[in-house]
Write a protein that binds this ligand. Sequence first.
Ligand code: ATP
Length: 350
Amino acid sequence: MAAQIKQSVAVRLADVCRYFGDVKAVDHVSLDIYDGEFFSLLGPSGSGKTTCLRLIAGFEQPTSGSIQLHGDEVAGVPPYERDVNTVFQDYALFPHMTVGDNVAYGLMIKKVPKVERQRRVSEMLEMVRLPGLEKRKPSQLSGGQRQRVALARALVNHPRVLLLDEPLGALDLKLRQQMQVELKAIQEQVGITFIFVTHDQEEALTMSDRLAVFNHGRIEQVGTPADVYERPATGFVAGFVGTSNLIGGAVAEQITGSRQTFTVRPEKIRMVAPDQAAEAGMTSALGKVRDVVYLGMNTRYLVELDAGGDLTVVQQNLEATSMDVLSAKGSRVKLMWNAVNNRPVEASGE
Ligand code: ATP
């Protein structure tokens, strides 16, 4: 069950800029994040995601523009007076304290009585699936377990918004995928707004209710994972979120009759014999297979088009073996896809 997303705005950035000298880390960003949403800030390194998160947390002040938390302007409000908590990539646990004391830390500061503290710590450790580990030290835990402790510590105060800065970045792929599922389940259980920074497009698509794609301090697109993947607004988004198949100008004109740049996802394209007739409503292009990469479940083909340019095609290996698919290299093929999959994009970005 998805968390209850309300129409009330939890975090509003209105035309926010944060410049460091000549560096426009955040450049005219406007964004509404709703109560109960799992919202990701996705973008390459240096695109301004972390600075955005730090502005919301109050560790940075905007150069211009305004930030609201639950309708209140937060200019000048220090981090500890904002109803938000942050989970950092390096966990930032206190090494000399036990797991229980680490989780209880925020409650101690707030002078919550001991019995109540213990109850809430056990409840949190239960939720992050670490029951009974109160007495361990962080050094006696695995990376994944430490990450869960950091999460329990950030949630124990029931903040209204949780900020997560690449929290799974230090974990190996398998653990990372497992934690993605668990983190999403925890978010749905607690119903708190999560704002999650990542440069990993798959992670953002898997976990988010909505996401914003950042490039050079600006937002290129905001939408649901399906919106952003199926209908990328710009060439940059098409390339960063998934494999880019961008065709424009004279090549586009030969294929679709228009010079408008478009993108088509590799898995939407069928590869057939060159003499097979194109069906109604389909776009087609002739070419030659330049490269074949066998990926086990799928095969990725790079096809050089007669019209110019390349298209990447991904096909499931339903019956084909690695020998079959590799022998396709060098052969002439026709590519066909439903014309509804041609997504016009702005050629801007990079
Ligand atoms: P990453 O994924 O690598 O963490 P990011 O998208 O989170 O990248 P930011 O950390 O927000 O990007 O940085 C955006 C830009 O602002 C970068 O060019 C960075 O070097 C610059 N920047 C960030 N903080 C500062 C600072 N305190 N002083 C000067 N420049 C900074």
